[in-house]
Design a protein around this ligand. Structure first.
Ligand SMILES: Cc1ncc(COP(=O)(O)O)c(C=O)c1O
Length: 317
């Protein structure tokens, strides 16, 4: 209602330009969580339907209380197509919602196939690329750039709290949709906006273009670390990003592994139900461009030590 200052406008303009969209194609939120939840609450009502990959971030589900939901198993094109066909005659607007990079497995959406199916059945596509933007793609525009869909995805949502190193979120859409959200997104209209510290983001966004060496260093770190884990026969699933899970399975054992790693000086996330399904507990690790080889060797040695104490490597059988 008030408090939308020059630096907020400048930030929205910069985000529109960053994604090569026309001016007025973006709206900022105070978190990535609200970017998803508030946008979806404003867009989808009783006559509409969200068709969501089951592994999307919690903030997406938070935005679906006023609409109909069809969930499809993670990345399953057959189930997505079935849901699109079923929803076509029943609902006015069908919005497929996926993540670019999935936050627990670090794997990518089958975005090209999902985009094609979405359009085949007259639906819209929203991609939450919180983990991809600033990290993946030739110029750091995210998983969406990697799949050549930068100018095609209907709604892009992202966070300013990961690669950009601050706090906040945003949505990129057609200018008329972004404008609609500025009036209809309740969590944006009736909540305080970000502080002047957000002006620092204007510089952070430029750094993605000006210092591509950080992305290259991160990719090197990921390759080195993944090789180390795979040499130990640890199960890292289908990760294609700097989020690298080490799958353990049992929740109690995962807790033990996290404790042993911490004793060895390595902090990780133990991810158990409901973050993932009950038998799929894992240690989640996330790499940074500022990690050195020495840091990565400490972590790999810690996994070696833990694997001797509590076997977590896959057996050959
Ligand atoms: C995929 C995904 N989307 C959205 C968010 C929420 O972003 P924020 O932390 O800025 O609220 C997260 C987590 O932090 C996330 O992993």
């Amino acid at each position: 209602m008030g408090g939308h200052h020059e630096y907020h406008v400048a930030l929205e303009d910069k985000l529109s330009a960053f994604f090569h969209r026309p001016k007025d194609s973006s709206i900022i939120y105070t978190t990535g969580y609200t970017a998803n939840s508030s946008t979806l609450l404003a867009m989808l009502k009783a006559e509409d339907c969200a068709i969501v990959d089951m592994a999307v971030h919690a903030s997406v589900y938070e935005g679906l209380y006023e609409t109909n939901i069809k969930k499809f198993p993670h990345n399953s094109l057959i189930h997505l197509e079935r849901a699109l066909i079923d929803a076509q005659s029943k609902f006015l607007t069908r919005l497929v919602v996926i993540d670019g990079v999935y936050s627990q497995d670090g794997d990518l959406a089958r975005m090209n196939e999902i985009y094609d199916l979405t359009k085949k059945y007259g639906a819209f596509l929203m991609v939450d690329d919180a983990h991809g933007i600033g990290v993946l793609g030739e110029t750091g525009r995210g998983a969406i750039e990697l799949f050549n869909l930068l100018d095609k995805v209907d709604l892009i949502s992202g966070t300013l709290s990961k690669a950009f190193g601050h706090i906040g979120g945003f949505v990129i859409a057609k200018p008329e949709v972004a404008n609609y959200l500025k009036f209809q997104s309740r969590q944006q209209v009736f909540s305080s906006t970000s502080t002047p510290a957000a002006a620092g983001l204007l510089v952070a966004i430029d750094l993605i273009d000006e210092e591509p060496e950080w992305r290259a260093k991160l990719a090197d770190n990921v390759a080195y670390y993944k090789k180390g884990l795979l040499d130990m026969k640890l199960d890292i699933g289908n990760t294609a990003s700097p989020i690298i899970p080490i799958k353990v399975g049992d929740a109690h054992k995962t807790g033990d592994v996290a404790r042993l790693l911490l004793q060895a000086g390595v902090y990780t996330n133990a991810i158990v139900y409901p973050g993932v399904s009950r038998k799929d507990a894992r240690i989640r690790t996330s790499l940074m461009a500022t990690h050195t080889r020495e840091h990565l060797d400490i972590v790999l040695n810690a996994f070696e030590y833990v694997n001797q104490k509590v076997r977590i490597a896959k057996t050959d059988s």
